[in-house]
Write a protein of this length. Sequence first.
Length: 85
Amino acid sequence: MSETQHIVFQPYLWKNHTLQPGTAIACRTVEDGQRRMDKARAGLLSLDGAVLVRMAVDEELGDYGEPEYLATMGDIPGMEDDMSA
């Protein structure tokens, strides 16, 4: 198995009264993702919400592990009850 760690910054934007996902950004490190989250929290990025997740991925098998939520900010669809971070 060649399992690797993926860190993803997922932004969200309100469009036509609906919260829509923006383009997910693959981060090289957790620190890189945290810097993006810090910019979003400081209002330097035009986002209504964002989530930073880490997950184990085995690309050979197409197997994706459960996401570990590292940080959130603002409006995120369906996360109110699922979030423990």
